[in-house]
Ligand binder design. Structure first.
Ligand code: HEC
Ligand code: HEC
Length: 490
């Protein structure tokens, strides 16, 4: 039985006030399957970051490699550090404003390229599906196939309270990542933010402030770290744009030109209708979502060879052969040997989680209920307070293969590798505290480090930012925690 808290609060007030997620956390991983309770990125993670002038000073510290800083920086620096050169830093109150400032907005006849994604393997994986997609708006790739410069990609999904940005620095010829955390009116209210505030068009405007961080500063040693995935080979290697499904038919992307893409669009419209914009993309454009253009930009930018790429054409063909109702119906689940071989790389801790083998990650029954509820609230038949967390629609039996939980039947050692090594390894930045716990040299670690890991594994309050693994990325059963603890005690 899933967890249905009485009054949902999806981002508790920053003082860590009791969110509904507390009540739910206790139940996760009980019973025979996994119940996907609304996962959390604890508000206290953001609370630990600097704010206001300190954050601005960090963002706008001149790296001395830009003689005309900020004017020869990437577009993000030019906009948000304008004051360094006597300009004004804009006061951003909505997503659309942010998109326009960065040159990927639709206002004033702007025509950015964009793609909507119905399943993510990133920081926001547990929040994204066809009903709450990840929108990526980006500079269109040069039509002549030349190498792009100064481009930007902006990514947003509802309910996260942040926007992710990748901007190309033309001077250093490298990708720079930014996290923009925004506050909304509801954040300051006693009740915190509810699904009606966060999972509707209302999330995209009415912002009371934004704070921006570069990936290279303090978010580096938090669970929001971008580099574990975008610079997986460590600090001396390039920062990558990522798109595991970089080849047609781009399995989890909305697209009117692929069978899977059309079935995801249908699921989206079943909840959001034909008249609702999403992520700043006008309603009448949603169906133009173009993974082709995203792949083209990422390839032209030099990232066409993706780590552990997901071979969409082969995997989709194998899945359909094993389960002919796919892609529109994802029960029974499909199987694919090509998928199993890339999954094995993630299981061995060499790669980040791979996308699910089937097009849809949603449970058809839960999705239909969430869509009907969303419709009835948006049309005024039910009050806003009736809206629950419509992101809680994942197919329970698929969560291991979606990468939200480890493979079944692993022993403690193998679990530590699959679940922890992505962030605790020898490749990533070794100068930060996270590196003190390195799964690749487990047998060499002093007892005190292993004890620290045991202590982290014993945390059960998912709003505690010290909980390991971070609940936004992985769910474990109590048996799995115990198996890992036993291995660490040896
Ligand atoms: C757990 C791995 C992971 C983490 C952590 C992560 N990303 Fe990503 N990111 C991805 C993947 C995978 C994609 C491709 C689309 C998808 O699967 O959602 C992506 C896509 C993006 C995109 C769209 C452009 C592109 O590269 O495709 C941006 C922008 C982005 N991430 C920014 C960030 C920022 C900023 C951070 C840190 C605050 C971050 N990411 C943290 C895995 C990650
Ligand atoms: C998504 C990335 C990520 C994953 C997955 C992850 N961790 Fe962490 N871990 C971090 C970060 C970031 C820190 C540093 C911040 C902190 O101390 O909480 C950290 C800190 C730690 C520390 C403290 C290190 C020290 O001595 O300061 C331990 C121990 C730890 N993690 C254990 C684990 C274990 C055990 C797992 C798997 C069950 C795990 N982590 C999975 C990101 C991760």
């Amino acid at each position: 039985m899933g967890c249905v808290p009485p009054a949902q609060v999806i981002s508790p007030p920053p003082d860590g006030g009791a969110g509904a997620t507390d009540a739910c956390a206790a139940d996760s991983g009980q019973g025979n399957g996994y119940s996907i309770t609304p996962p959390v990125i604890p508000a206290s993670v953001f609370a630990s970051l600097s704010t206001g002038t300190t954050a601005h000073a960090e963002l706008c510290a001149n790296d001395r490699r830009h003689p005309n800083f900020p004017n020869d920086g990437d577009v993000f620096i030019r906009v948000f550090c304008a004051d360094v050169d006597g300009g004004t830093v804009p006061n951003v109150t909505s997503l659309v404003e942010l998109e326009n400032l960065l040159g990927v907005g639709f206002a004033d006849g702007g025509q950015p390229a964009f793609a909507l994604l119905g399943h993510s393997s990133s920081l926001v994986s547990r929040f994204v599906s066809a009903i709450n997609p990840r929108a990526i708006l980006f500079t269109p790739p040069p039509a002549d196939g030349s190498t792009p410069s100064g481009y930007v990609l902006l990514s947003y999904s509802r309910g996260d309270s942040f926007v992710e940005v990748a901007a190309h620095d033309p001077v250093l010829n490298q990708v720079v990542l930014y996290l923009v955390v925004f506050q909304s009116t509801c954040d300051a209210s006693d009740a915190g933010c509810t699904p009606a505030d966060r999972l509707t068009p209302g999330d995209e405007s009415g912002w009371t402030g934004v704070t921006s961080y570069t990936a290279a500063t303090e978010i580096n040693d938090t669970i929001l770290d971008c580099f574990q995935c975008h610079q997986p080979q460590g600090t001396q290697s390039p920062t990558l744009l990522r798109m595991q499904e970089i080849n047609a038919p781009f399995t989890h992307f909305f697209s009117a030109t692929t069978a899977g893409g059309r079935s995801l669009l249908a699921d989206f419209h079943a909840a959001h209708g034909q008249a609702e914009s999403y992520g700043g993309i006008p309603a009448d454009q949603i169906d133009q979502s173009s993974p082709q253009l995203l792949a083209q930009l990422i390839t032209a930018a030099g990232f066409g060879t993706q780590p552990n790429a997901f071979d969409s054409a082969t995997i989709e063909a194998q899945v359909e052969q094993s389960a002919p109702a796919q892609p529109s119906l994802n029960l029974p689940a499909g199987t694919s040997p090509a998928w199993s071989s890339i999954y094995a790389q993630a299981e061995l801790g060499n790669e980040i989680a791979v996308p699910y083998h089937d097009v849809k990650v949603t449970d058809p029954v839960k999705l239909a209920a969430a869509s009907a509820l969303y419709q009835s609230v948006q049309s005024g038949q039910q009050p806003p307070s009736a809206l629950t967390d419509i992101r809680d629609v994942f197919l329970d039996e698929g969560v291991r293969d979606m990468g939200f939980a480890p493979a079944a039947g692993l022993d403690g050692g193998a679990l530590l590798v699959q679940v922890c090594q992505q962030c605790h390894n020898s490749r990533l930045d070794q100068t930060i505290s996270r590196a003190l716990f390195n799964v690749q040299i487990l047998s060499l670690l002093p007892a005190s480090r292993k004890q620290a890991a045991i202590d982290r594994l014993n945390i059960t309050d998912s709003t505690d930012p010290l909980m390991m693994p971070p609940p936004a990325l992985r769910t474990l059963s109590s048996e799995e925690r115990r198996a890992m603890i036993e291995t660490l005690m040896q």
